[in-house]
Write a protein that binds this ligand. Structure first.
Ligand SMILES: Cc1cn([C@H]2C[C@H](O)[C@@H](COP(=O)(O)OP(=O)(O)O[C@H]3O[C@H](CO)[C@@H](O)[C@H](O)[C@H]3O)O2)c(=O)[nH]c1=O
Length: 312
């Protein structure tokens, strides 16, 4: 992975950790570090900040792939376990300076089919971790999702509009911020990286999508959420394909036709289509139908990515 690309991908998360008051050497607990974004984060941190110690806690669900950590395996500690295991989490947190929480059921569409796993990990698991960081006064970085905004205009994500069980849970756990410790929330958007950590992730060729942004100087404690800039691209699942190839700042306004709220029946139709065509096509199909209606024509992801990198 090229240096520029890695930096582009992780620009959104790392600066939070590099805020001035943070220690030179940190012991980090990274939950969900075998997942897609989590694994990229671990690789980046090991390479760019070898002074930090990393413990990955991951349940290795269908979305986790320990093999994606193989190149850095001798540089990190890997613990196979659940973020909802209070005893384990408390022990791991007690030995850390910062917790970075990626572990989640992250497939929005799955939550429409069966919300229960989302409750267990995204609420109970997150709450378990929050309790531990609160008890030990450990700095906490919560990786949320821009989908808490629902289908709002991208340049004005003023309020939460959770529309699915997934986003309802993401919103709910964000309301537990009052943890009396230093915290940062990053609401990441659809993203893309050079390799999929998850076997369920489609190849980048199928990818569509976009972005994340934040303030250039994230607050030491606070919310850092996506608006404006394209930051990274993810090869699977989510929407916002119309932004692919968009340039930072200008041109990222969501087309009007996409600003409407999602129709639940559209989700159900898409799920039926998923059963027929296979899970990887779901969002691409959904996206393209909606996006083509606006006149947008997606570009090959490689062109879009190199265009963005040239622009950054
Ligand atoms: C359900 C569950 C999952 N996990 C792990 C398995 C995976 O390694 C990881 C989730 O990876 P993925 O499904 O690839 O997630 P990814 O698309 O990268 O999602 C990221 O971005 C999402 C927003 O887009 C965030 O909500 C997630 O917290 C963050 O991890 O969490 C656990 O460790 N424990 C669990 O209970």
């Amino acid at each position: 992975m090229s240096d520029a690309l890695t930096k582009t991908i992780l620009r959104g998360i790392m600066p939070c950790l590099l805020a001035a008051e943070i220690q030179q050497t940190m012991r980090m607990l990274v939950t969900g570090g075998a997942g897609f974004i989590g694994a990229n984060f671990v690789h980046y941190t090991v390479r760019e900040h070898p002074e930090h110690q990393i413990t990955v806690l991951d349940a290795l669900t269908y979305a986790g792939n320990e093999a994606s950590l193989a190149p850095v395996r001798d540089r990190i500690e890997f613990v196979h376990g659940s973020v909802a295991d209070a005893e384990l989490v408390d022990r791991l947190v007690s030995g850390c300076d910062v917790g970075v929480h990626f572990a989640a059921e992250s497939h929005n569409d799955n939550s429409l089919r069966d919300p229960s796993p989302f409750l267990q990990t995204n609420i109970v698991g997150s709450f378990t971790l929050l309790e531990a960081v609160r008890a030990h006064g450990v700095r906490y970085h919560h990786i949320s999702t821009d989908e808490v905004y629902g289908d709002l205009e991208l340049d004005d994500p003023a309020k939460f509009t959770p529309e699915t069980p997934y986003t309802a849970r993401a919103t709910a756990i964000e309301r537990h911020w009052l943890v009396r410790t230093t915290w940062v929330v990053a609401r990441v958007a659809t993203s893309c990286a050079p390799w999929p950590a998850s076997p369920t992730a489609a190849s980048p060729r199928r990818s569509s999508t976009t972005s994340w942004a934040g303030r250039p100087s994230p607050p030491a404690s606070g919310t850092w959420s996506g608006r404006g800039a394209v930051r990274h691209l993810q090869p699977h699942r989510r929407r916002r394909a119309h932004l692919l190839g968009g340039r930072r700042g200008a041109g990222l306004r969501r087309p009007r036709a996409l600003g409407r709220r999602r129709d639940p029946s559209e989700h159900r139709r898409a799920l039926r289509r998923e059963d027929r065509d296979g899970p990887r096509l779901l969002n691409s199909v959904l996206d393209l139908i909606r996006i083509r209606a606006t006149g947008f024509r997606p570009r090959d992801w490689r062109d879009a990515l190199s265009g963005y990198l040239a622009d950054s």
